[in-house]
Design a protein around this ligand. Structure first.
Ligand code: KG4
Ligand code: ZN
Length: 346
């Protein structure tokens, strides 16, 4: 019998049904982008209230689409860390309610480990361990030595903005929409990625697996509006916009690739698993593929809908269920990194 997974860590309300062979029977995601667009970042209180309104219909739809009745569920899984505390609690409450009614196991899982587990769902047995894991999202940009689905050893990551956050802030500076990643990707089409030389901080520091994106954002700001230029200087348009977007995207991609290459060299892993919303970016996907060919590493990137937040990746809970584990109704959330702060628009 399959399990029901629930995801409400940030601003997506999601539910999915995954069977024991890791087949995704249904996956439903209700995005809140339109609610947060005017603030260009996630407003925690707005997010929790939207989760409350959407969680039951989203779960109902996931169960209905799976073709398995509620009574046919073997367990309930829910992302309990990291995330916004108010958002996490909505998912946890729903999960507890269903687990209590069904009298079935309840498993809490880690959203970041789940992003990497999307590779296991998409690529099956090609996902072997140990491997290097890259999670690049709106709240996190981290590299891991992944010893097993549940054991992630952090090797490094951003010391300031996450990669997705950098895209979101850059899009805001360029007068584009939210979330910024897809807008930046579209704006970059036809642009010259070498038109502007943006900084790649720490990229050449071979002792560190950390990255930094805040200087890149500042460089873009000054390129758009040089010091002394009037405050109402409009963002560029046309070819200049495309060149700026393409050059910015290139800087983010090269910064990430440099550290991924270093992590692969250090760990000598032959498999690279990638996850998180930024992994939906075509320029990054292509650069990762090139890196894989160059280093003879099997690069696993899930399809786009499994990169951005979803509940199908909650299939990771099978790894604990199969060991007979059950967190029970005592399960609690562990907000950890506050992604509202991490994603604050500046
Ligand atoms: O994994 P995700 O859906 O949520 C978090 O866990 O944060 O990632 C969302 C982030 C946003 O910052 C968004 O701008 C970025 O992923 N993103 C992209 C693309 N699609 C989403 N960044 C670059 N290119 C894209 N195509
Ligand atoms: Zn995420």
């Amino acid at each position: 019998m399959p399990l029901l997974a629930i995801e409400t860590t940030c601003d997506e309300t999601a539910a999915a049904v995954i069977d024991r062979s890791r087949r995704v029977l249904s996956s439903v995601v209700a995005s809140q982008d339109e609610l947060h667009a005017q603030w260009r970042g996630v407003v925690p209180e707005v997010a929790s209230r939207a989760h409350v309104e959407r969680i039951v219909p989203v779960i109902d739809e996931a169960v209905a689409r799976s073709g398995v009745g509620r009574a046919g569920l073997e367990a309930v899984a829910v992302a309990v860390t990291p995330g916004l505390v108010g958002s996490l609690l909505v998912g946890l409450s729903a999960a507890k309610g269903i687990a209590a009614v069904l009298g079935c196991p309840l498993i809490g899982y880690d959203h970041i480990a789940a992003h990497l587990y999307a590779c296991r769902l998409a690529h099956g047995e090609r996902m072997t361990y140990p491997c290097v894991g890259l999670v690049a999202s709106g709240g996190h940009t981290s590299l891991f030595h992944v010893h097993s689905p549940l054991e992630l050893e952090r090797l490094g990551g951003t010391i300031d903005d996450a990669a997705g956050e950098a895209f979101d802030k850059a899009a805001a500076l360029l007068g584009l929409g939210y979330p910024g990643g897809p807008w930046m990707e579209r704006a970059a089409i036809g642009g010259n990625p070498t038109a502007h030389r943006f900084p790649r901080p720490l990229a050449n520091d071979r002792d560190r697996l950390d990255v930094s994106f805040s200087g890149l954002k500042t460089a873009l700001r000054y390129r758009i509006r040089p010091p002394g230029a009037p405050a109402d200087t409009p963002p560029p348009t046309g070819g200049e916009m495309a060149d700026l977007a393409a050059s910015f995207q290139q800087a983010v991609v090269e910064t990430i690739i440099a550290k991924v290459e270093l992590a692969l060299a250090r760990t000598r892993c032959r498999v690279l698993a990638v996850g998180g919303g930024v992994a939906a970016n075509s320029a990054l996907r292509e650069a990762l593929e090139r890196l894989g060919r160059k280093r003879r590493v099997d690069v696993l990137v899930p399809p786009r809908e499994l990169c951005t937040d979803n509940a199908a990746m909650g299939g990771i809970a099978w790894e604990r269920l199969e060991r007979g584990e059950d967190d029970g109704l005592e399960l609690d959330v562990l907000p950890g990194t506050d992604r509202s702060a991490a994603r604050r628009a500046s």
